[in-house]
Design a protein around this ligand. Structure first.
Ligand code: NAD
Length: 273
């Protein structure tokens, strides 16, 4: 077990990060681990793979780390997972990060695709927040960080369920921020609910779109990424997942008690246009 430095107020607090077996969720878990937190790892992965991630987080500085399973399309599984995590440690930080995406026009979209994307990207956050927030309020400290997207703020074609889910996630977060605004105090850190809205970030999620663009233009991966960036992201640079992780860690700091109901774009100027 790693020992906490005295000045670190997050040390020993428990964080559940959904979808933390890879990508942005894993990067957020690594940032929270560096603050000596206890990390509940979650994702669609084998038990061996999930436990390997938990072990790596301990090497990153996590006081403890453990893998929890739940398919977020199933509310009953979410409730079981929330009870299991709570028995391991009351949830101080909840990061709703897990997400899926599929590009198709409204005309082509199938009902199952709609249900799955809304289920994982939006409804799951309602189920976890509903359960976790009252305990945070009781203890006077809590952080909910919801990983939305630029697509929570603006639309793109061929992404109807994803855009609907991310807009919904921002609305849900704003309501929760208001309902819990008076919980806790400046000294205790309060309870805040915020969204991070990434633009193009290099993870497995965007691989199908890169492949589709590469095929359409007959170019390699780098040229396909440059083409995607040139349409929407003014800096022409992708983000690294660790940059989202650093921002999530900052939002968890007790000194960020008055940052609530916010949507913070990490999108190279996409939504400034
Ligand atoms: P990723 O595909 O690398 O990781 C997704 C994670 O969610 C995985 O751990 C996976 O196991 C988990 N997950 C997926 N379906 C699940 C289910 N049914 N039940 C439980 N867990 C499930 O994707 P990522 O890029 O790291 O995405 C993380 C978040 O960031 C998502 O909410 C995504 O919408 C958002 N986002 C990503 C980008 C980007 O460019 N990568 C941009 C904006 C927003």
């Amino acid at each position: 077990m790693n020992a906490p430095p005295a000045a670190n107020k997050l040390a020993g607090k428990t964080a559940l990060v959904t979808g933390s077996t890879q990508g942005i969720g894993l990067a957020i878990a690594r940032s929270l681990a560096s603050a000596n937190m206890r990390i509940a790892v979650h994702g669609l992965a084998t038990r061996a793979a999930g436990e390997a991630v938990a072990e790596s987080l301990k090497r990153d500085g996590a006081m403890e780390a453990r893998f929890f399973e739940a398919d977020l399309r199933d509310p009953a599984s979410i409730e079981v997972m929330m009870r299991e995590v709570d028995a391991w440690g009351a949830i101080d930080v909840l990061v709703n990060n897990a997400g899926i995406q599929k590009t198709a026009s409204l005309r082509e979209l199938e009902r199952d695709t709609w249900d799955a994307i809304i289920g994982v990207n939006l409804s799951a956050a309602f189920h976890t927040m509903r359960i976790a927030l009252p305990g945070m309020a009781q203890r006077g400290f809590g952080r909910v960080v919801n990983v939305a997207s630029v697509h929570g703020l603006v639309a793109s074609v061929r992404k109807a369920p994803y855009v609907a889910a991310k807009h919904g996630l921002i609305g849900l977060s704003r309501v929760a921020a208001l309902e819990y605004a008076t919980a806790g105090s400046k000294a205790s850190g309060g309870v805040t609910v915020n969204c991070i809205c990434p633009g193009w970030t290099e993870t497995e999620l965007i691989l199908p779109q890169i492949a589709e663009r590469a095929t359409a233009l007959g170019v390699d991966r780098d040229a396909a990424i440059a083409s995607l960036l040139s349409e929407k992201q003014p800096t022409q640079r992708t983000s690294d997942p660790s940059e989202i992780g650093n921002l999530a860690l900052w939002l968890c700091n007790p000194a960020a008690h008055n940052v609530t109901g916010a949507c913070i774009p990490v999108d190279g100027g996409w939504t400034a246009q």
